[in-house]
Design a protein around this ligand. Sequence first.
Ligand SMILES: Nc1ncnc2c1ncn2[C@@H]1O[C@H](COP(=O)(O)OP(=O)(O)O)[C@@H](O)[C@H]1O
Ligand SMILES: [Mg+2]
Length: 327
Amino acid sequence: MPTPALLQVEHLSLQFRTRDGTVRALEDVSLSIGKGETVGLVGESGSGKSVLAYALLGLSDGAARVTGGSSRFDGLDLLAAGEPALQAIRGREVSMIFQNPKVALNPIRKVGHQLEDVLARHTTTPRAQLRDKAIACLADMRIPDPARRYHAYPFELSGGLCQRVMIALALACGPKLLVADEPTTGLDVTTQAAIMALVGEATRARGMAMLLITHDLALARERCDRIVVMHAGHVVESAPTEDLFRDPRHPYTRQLIGATPVGRASLAELSAIGGSLPDLRRSDLPACRFAGRCALRTPDCEQPLPELRAGPRTLRCHQASLQEATA
Ligand SMILES: Nc1ncnc2c1ncn2[C@@H]1O[C@H](COP(=O)(O)OP(=O)(O)O)[C@@H](O)[C@H]1O
Ligand SMILES: [Mg+2]
């Protein structure tokens, strides 16, 4: 019996109303994350990864409109839940870390006090112990000299240290799920590796689940149990990590993996994938949003996308049977 997923997103569609038209940013997106599981969400820039991360936490901005589907966390429908229920969950049950730690940190409050705020709000830590606990959180993130750093303002810390403080804040109250949106993009390679190792250890030690959003396929392969591939607002394929790399089936996944040199490479560096993402404001978006870039395209590809579930893999492609035969 499979245990129920911690997070279950089903058939989620979301649009933005803009002055230039309606952006169909997510369409029929399904995704699940089990307890303690690390799931990677990969795809080129603009494919809808961040929009999905915000939407599934009920955090979309005012221009966003969910037009269908659901996102359930531990049984609670996040899209139907009111703001008080969401606020009780965010920071305590689900935390998020971003590419830019400055967004998550208050620039005019000492980092130690910011940690105490979170601990006081979301845990039962007695007042007298808040300070020691905050320092312990900094130490857990291997921040050198934590008792001194407790008094630092964010601007006094390097980018890497700010990232560690943000992670300390996200983990302070032991959430069940961490959503990490490109958490190390923009940091140097050594710092990236150190921070990902830290996040990996912390999630494993606490049995936390993680949604790791990245355009770095090598990183996703190293860190994730399962990978979900997005293209232009669709999930095109998902599979256990090694299955996906050994036997990618969607033409987009094949190109991504084929275009990734062995070793470290990021999608940002790849130019091997021809064409570009379609304009999501078009009212005549094709059923398969990859068709315009796909070498295997046939007239079938104008028909609504099939959803193929073969065990743990999902795949949305008319050419799947062809691929199956040649796999
Ligand atoms: N507030 C918004 N208003 C209009 N369009 C948006 C908004 N936020 C994101 N989008 C569009 O949604 C699509 C997906 O964006 P995003 O999720 O940020 O991509 P990714 O994180 O995969 O790089 C893009 O086409 C982007 O322009
Ligand atoms: Mg993004």
